[in-house]
Each structure stands twice: as C-alpha cells, then as structure tokens.
Design a protein around this ligand. Sequence first.
Ligand code: MTE
Ligand code: HPA
Ligand code: MOS
Length: 752
Amino acid sequence: MKNTDACLHVRGESVFIDDRLVPEGTLYAAVLSSPVPHAKIIEFDISKAKSVEGVEGIFTADDIPGVNQIGNIIKDEVLFADEEVHYIGQPIAIVVSKSDVISHKTINEIKIEFVKFTPVFDPRESYKKGQLITPTRTFSLGDVDNEWKKCDLLIEGTVESGGQEHIYMETQGALAYPSEDGTIKIISSTQAPTAVQRIAANVLGLPMNKIEVDVLRIGGGFGGKEDQAVPWAVMTALASFKLKKPVKLVLHRKEDIIMTGKRHSYSSDYKMGLSKGGKILAYEVTFYQNAGAAADLSTAIMERSLFHATNSYYIPNAKITCISCKTNLPPNTAFRGFGAPQALFVMESAIYKAADKLGINPSVLQEKNLIKDGDEFTYGMILKNSTARKCWQTAEKHYSIEKLYKDVKEFNSKNKIFKKGISMMPICFGISFTNTMLNQASALVHVYTDGSVSVSTAAVEMGQGVNTKIRQVASEVFSININRIRVESTNTSRVSNTSPTAASTGADLNGGATRIACMNILERLKNFVSDKHKNQNLKTVEIMDEVVYLNGKKTGLKWDELINEAYTNRISLSAQAHYATPDIYFDKKKEKGEPFAYHVFGVAVTEVTLDCLKGIYEIDSVKIVHDAGKSFNRLIDLGQMEGGVVQGIGWATIEELMYAKDGKLLTDSFSTYKIPDIYFAPFEIKVHFLENKNTQVGIFNSKAIGEPPFLYGIGTYFALTKAMKEFRPDLKEKFSIPLTPEKVLLALYEKP
Ligand code: MTE
Ligand code: HPA
Ligand code: MOS
C-alpha cells in the first residue's frame, strides 16, 4: 500500500509549523547570532532595539528563569551565549515583535562588541591543543601490534570526509502557547519531543508536566532535528512564558544553514595488513571527529563510528580509535548514518588502496573478507543470520556483474574522453540505538464506539512513512480495514518519555508497542465474546476481515457491532503498552556486548560515466541487493532506498561545505551548496529486496530501512575513482569526500 500521507503532500495539505493558523496576537521571534567564531562579548546594548515600534520583548541569557543549559548528553551548551561566543551562528538573543519582518530588522539595532580570540577549525589542531569533547575511546579485537609482522602487505593512508547540510524541506521552527497556571504548549518540528519538553522545563525552571510538546509531522529531519530542534522550541517557550502570548519562530533557510550543525567531517589515519591471498589480517584506524563547539550527539556518533569501522568484513585483529575534537564551528549533529558513513569510507579507501597495490579489483578483496555467521565484531558480538554473502552473490547473478565489467572495459577501450567506472559497495548497519536505554517506546490505543481506532506513539512522522507502518500494525492485529485507523500527532501528554525517532528504529519500537496495545484490546474483546457464549462449548474466537468467527465459523457479528456491544457491557476499549528491545546490552568498560537487535546487509553496484575533458560525470546506475527482511511496505521501503542512496551520493560527490578563513560558511544557500536534483540523481536505481523471510528480526520480520541505504552512496566515489584511473593510470587518489567535478578535473590534469 501507499504511504497514506502521499495524497496530503501532493495536494499541499499536510500541515507543517509554518502552515498552522496561529491564534490572534501571535508574536514572532528572530535570533541574533554571533558573527564571529570565538570572542568575548564586551558590550551589549539593546536600548535602541527595545524602542522599535512593534517590539514586545528582547530576551538574553539574563532572562532565563531556570538554567541556561541545553546540552543533552553532556551539559556543555548554553541556550544564549552569555560572556563568550564559540561559533559563527551561536544564538545570543531573540527579538520578539508583532511581525517576522520587524523582528529581523530590529536584530540590527542591537549593539554588540567583541574582543576576538583565535579560533580553531581543524580537528587535528584542536586535538594537539587537548581540546576534546570527551575522553577518547578504542575498540579492539585480537592483537594488531603482533599481527603486522605476519602480514605480506602493509598499507597506510589518510582519508578525509566533509560535512553535510541536512536540507530538510521544513526549516527548524516552533510555536509556543501559554495556557493557564504557567503551563506551555509547544508545537515543534522535532524528532525528539521529550528532549524539547525536558530541556524547555529546565530552562524555564518548571517541572516537565507543565510543558506539553506536540508534533503532527515534520518536513524531514534526517537527524538534524534529533537534538537541534531544541533551541528554537525553547526560545519560543521562554518568550511565550514571559510575555503570556503565543510566539512563533521559524528560521529562514539561510539562518538555518548558518546556525545549525551538520554531519561531522572526519579526518582519519589508517593502517591495514593483508596476507598474500588477500585476507585482511589487521586494521588500525584513528578517526578525528570534528565535533564543533559543543558535544551535542558527538559522543553517540563517535560510538557508531567505532561499531561500524570494519563495515561488513571480518577482520580478526582490529584497533579502532575515535577522538572527538572541539572546534569553533556550530555543534555538529546526527545525520542519516550517524558516524557510520565516515567510518565505512575509510575502510573502503583502505581496501581500494590495497587492491591497487596488489593489482586486482577491490571487489576481490571485498568478497574475500565478507563477514559470516560465527564471526566476531570488534565489539564482541557474534554474527548470526548474516546475509552479507548472500546479498553479494545475488547481486553478481541478478545484475550479471561479469558482463557489466566486460562492457565497461570495452567502452573504455573505445573512448578517449569518456570513461566509465564501476564499484561494488557492500554495507553493514546495526539496528538499535547504541545507547541501550533508548531502545524503548510506548503506544496508546483507543477504539471508539463506531469502531474507528486512534493510535498515539512516540514516533515522529518525518516523511519516512512510520505512521503508515503503524497503521498497518493495528490493521493487521485487529484484522480491520486500514482506513479505520488514524495515527495521531506525537504528544508528550499522551505518550511520555519518548526516545527520539532515530537510529532507524521508529517502526520496530513504536510498531512493537502498538502491536502489544492492540493485542491487549483484542484479548479483552475475545474474552468478552467467550463469556457471552460461556456454556456453548466454544474453543476459538477470532476476528478476520472485520467479522467475528466462533470455532472457525463465520458469524454475523461485525467489528463495529462487536465494539458497540463491548462498550455497552463496560469493557475497556483503550490500552497503553510499552515495548523494549529484548536481549541487547553493552558494557562500556570492556567495550563489548550485543548492542544491536540485528544487522542490515546489502550491496550496491554503481556505474558512472566521466567526461574527462570537463570533469563532470553522470551516474548511470545504482543496482542494489538489499536485505530488508520481509519488507513491511514495499513502496515506502523503496522510497527510503532511493532517497537514502541519492542523499549518500550527494555527500560523496557534490555537497561541499566551504568556509572562509575566519570560519564564515560561504555555502549558505542553494546557489552555492548543491544537493542532488533529479538531473544529477542516478539515471537508474534498481532495488532487489533479498528474499529473507525466515529470520525473526524487526516488526513482523521486517528490517529497519531508514539509514542503511545512505551508505550505498559511497560506492559512487569509488566508481568515479575507477573511471578517473582509466583516463589517467598514474592518478594520485586523494581519498577525500566530496569528489566534486572541480576536484576531478584538477586531479585529472594535475602535474605529476
Ligand atoms: N526519510 C524521510 N523522508 N525524511 C527523513 O527525515 N530521516 C532518516 C530516515 N529516512 C528521514 C527519512 C533518518 S536519519 C532516520 S534515523 C530514519 O528515517 C528515522 O525514521 P525511522 O526510524 O522510522 O526509520
Ligand atoms: N543512532 C541514531 N541516533 C541516536 C543514536 C544512535 O545509535 N543514539 C542516540 N541517538
Ligand atoms: Mo537518524 S541520523 O538516526 O535521525
């Protein structure tokens, strides 16, 4: 079935923050943010700004009744800068007035002066200065130091990957209303309603039950609203609390790009040792993560880089280190893949280089080292139900890889200016929040007397189709038409203590809770029917396709009649349920455990054509075999695959963040920051879902789909590098993402 939101989206009827009808008297906030990367504030004067016609309030750190602290994992981030600023775009104050225009104009009337300090933007430099976000962590398996001497081939290198701007369609924003008794309701574009609620409560000095957060849907998050929807929501809550009026704040696109954090850029050093036969015997890597000016989610992202550093390979001796470095950039944050893409790119770069040394295709090394059942990950988990090899073999057959290589070879031999390249990109992604605690969710289900059903969960609909999947769960458990079921907004008063909708776990966790709640109601309904037929030798009661069956025989009793009767007999038609992923744990002292419910595998075959005169390229095709378990909703899963792949390709190729020397972001608009459009997207994306219906994994035997496809985008980098090498056999690969056409051209004609 279709994503049930599709019709609303296409008609423009979906309601995002800026589409809401606001109450009379709503005020508009605009943010004054730092124009300098690191400085002390020595003068701050709002007297002129305050007297501007229409301005109702200006709020700074001094106006906070609770604490000026919004750090989530580590308490190292203020809502408003007080004495010092640490990055360009750091909020200092908000102006609240009758209109968005007045508020934005008035920002310029605030007088502010700084004494500048020397900023640091490079993670290795900040590491040398000892400016770390958190102590460094290392995962290890076997003994690399002992293994090097047993290796026939040793390679070393440095790998760079750039950041990435989220470009969710709906910019960050929130709307807060005061209610009676000092309570506030916040409508927020967030993936984490409870984080907004908790932090707003702390900043306002209120208990959490005085803050209600509601999220109907968000116009994309991609991780960018897991932590970073908080400041804007809290600012509206603060102003609304102080002024006792509704306050709205929606960032303009440019403000959003400048003020919010991005995917972390990484700079990494690796060493790899192989046997003559191409077995990877040892791998050591150090990731320097550019965290920006505060922790945000960096520590969790660092953890996922550690988990996924060996991708889908078994490497018996490995030492993986991640260093989270503090720099004067906006705090970097979650972005689809959550540290895994950066780690996988280093692994694949090492394999490419090793293959180059051995004079073989990287795919030979990739295949030889694929992880299988019984192999151990660096974090101690023994792999079960691996489909890494099955995906690989299916891809080879399904997409006639041998012929593909032959065709490309022939093309390249016939063309001087145009060159083609192909790559294989296997992936492995662990499903569950790496922080075990977060792997829980709740649902609240009501059946109304007309037989219609209302479901509330912790899941936030951000375009990924989780609401449709939740409807499918309720429809399946009750065996009723999906049109009877509505999924409500995500609301902290209805469903409490929500984990963010992230880590691709939305459907597994919230679908899991919904399933239990529906089963509880179903059980009561069945018992009710059994009791009614107490003395009639009744063995089974079932509901199938909205009709009650007794002892396997169809009755005349329909769903809505049953519900009505149950209500009349005072049977509860509501249930609340909680789901927690079973059997996962992680011991941070030993850095060992079983942190994931399961792993997602797959492989992508990418073919590109490079114009070696201009450096521009086309992505001919990305052909994927992907293990989605028993795909829960093929159309939605296909959409996630395609969107993820294209977003991953954008990161690997054209999305380039460029900064001036003083740290000012130069690519702060769509004219300078290019994301893939329909012309740039692969000409063809083929997805073959692996037939894998037997393993018990996620909700209804499906596997989470949200983030893993992003990783396939890395394959485009290697396909392009292959094509470049065809044109210039002495090419010096730089292993640096993004590989923009400009960089391609420079590398093709670089003096030897
Ligand atoms: N798809 C759309 N359309 N919009 C989004 O913001 N976010 C991605 C992915 N797919 C996103 C998306 C990210 S980062 C995650 S973690 C998952 O969706 C979250 O949703 P899920 O857990 O329900 O898969
Ligand atoms: N993935 C995504 N988001 C998260 C995670 C994770 O493992 N942990 C905390 N937030
Ligand atoms: Mo996704 S980066 O876990 O929101």
